[in-house]
Write a protein that binds this ligand. Structure first.
Ligand SMILES: C[S@@+](CC[C@H](N)C(=O)[O-])C[C@H]1O[C@@H](n2cnc3c(N)ncnc32)[C@H](O)[C@@H]1O
Length: 211
């Protein structure tokens, strides 16, 4: 089973949550409520739930959400999410901010944050080099190939290998530098609190910080 955006469910179940999980924990601190947007199979949501946080996992793939354990699950496109409750932390991981039109995703994240909540965004680090590569995540081998760059647009193939099976996923993304991310955040009522390579930490913009 592969999601609408080409992610193989079996692979995302098997992939190691690290090193992402350690970074996410560092940014969450002791915040208890977590909204994980594009949670997939719970690679990050499941361990956060196990350590006692109250997690809501959102994805538009019911096949992915079937593997989320202990957290509340909501099957919907992120842009359509309209909960009345607010969360101390919101996760927008897995480079969803590098998709073609990320503003609705960031707006959804923003609208679900408490006034002093943090939004944790994972992007491709600006200026990273794009070369064919092979790496492992748990039992999964991940090969990057067929890379084509056109300005800030990158197209490539990621092939996931697990237990003798292979899933090639052709994707495209748009690099987002600090200025572009800052503009996106501003349009969504947010401000950058911390920019660190692949990580963007944001909070709601207050009336006295230039808005
Ligand atoms: C690359 S997987 C990563 C899953 C998880 N964040 C992780 O780190 O393991 C991306 C997930 O985001 C979901 N997704 C992508 N775009 C989405 C959207 N607009 N609304 C809801 N889910 C989305 C896909 O269905 C997929 O499960």
């Amino acid at each position: 089973m592969v999601t609408r955006d080409g992610c193989p469910v079996a692979v995302y179940r098997a992939m190691d949550p690290e090193p992402t999980l350690t970074d996410v924990r560092r940014f969450l601190g002791d915040r208890q409520t977590v909204l994980d947007l594009g949670s997939g199979a719970g690679r990050i949501a499941n361990p956060l739930t196990r350590e006692g946080r109250i997690v809501t996992a959102v994805d538009d793939s019911s096949e992915m959400l079937a593997h989320v354990v202990g957290a509340r699950t909501i099957c919907t496109p992120i842009a359509n999410l309209a909960l009345t409750e607010r969360f101390e932390s919101v996760l927008l991981l897995s480079h969803l901010i590098n998709s073609k039109d990320p503003l609705p995703l960031v707006q959804s994240a923003s609208s679900h944050l408490t006034p002093d909540g943090v939004l944790v965004i994972e992007r491709f680090a600006p200026g990273r080099s794009w070369n064919p590569s092979v790496r492992n995540s748990g039992p999964v081998t991940i090969r990057l190939s067929d890379i084509v760059r056109d300005g800030d647009r990158i197209q490539a193939v990621t092939t996931y290998e697990l237990k003798g099976a292979a899933w090639p996923q052709t994707w495209e993304l748009w690099e987002r530098n600090d200025a572009e991310v800052t503009r996106l955040l501003y349009e969504a009522g947010l401000t950058a609190l911390h920019l660190e390579g692949q990580w963007v930490i944001a909070g709601r913009r207050q009336r006295n910080d230039g808005s």
